[in-house]
Design a protein around this ligand. Sequence first.
Ligand code: SF4
Length: 148
Amino acid sequence: MTPKYIISSCLVGVKCRYNATCSSTVNLEKMIETGEAIPVCPEVIAGLSTPREPVELQQTDNGIKVTSKQGNEYTQQFLNAADEVLKICKENNITDAILQARSPSCGFGKIYDGTFSGKLIEGNGVVADKLFKNGVNVVTDEEFKSEK
Ligand code: SF4
């Protein structure tokens, strides 16, 4: 089957979240097995290790800033990863993405506000935003499952 989707790797059994866990679901794993989807983890593509310190995305006057609670900045790695994931989509004619909700990379519609307080705001993760602005249909795993 020709792939139509990319899916966040952590949704299909890869333990690539910051705390080295995944949140996989059987339904999405089947899409990888059939070849309907390709798994992608932008933060692994960015060269970050697993486990790694959690980060959040902040909106600034100059754009965005991705930092950990300790103040380490990862903005450029995230921007590079977004370019790479878009390239993967273009090379494979991917039209749709199913991405992990609320992640600073993959979240779509709602993300944490950058204060590490658990507060959600309207916004997109860096990769989700890049894909969406380049014509890829993006949904979160939660939206995709509720549509099924
Ligand atoms: S949410 Fe995205 S960046 Fe984070 S672990 Fe899952 S695939 Fe990787």
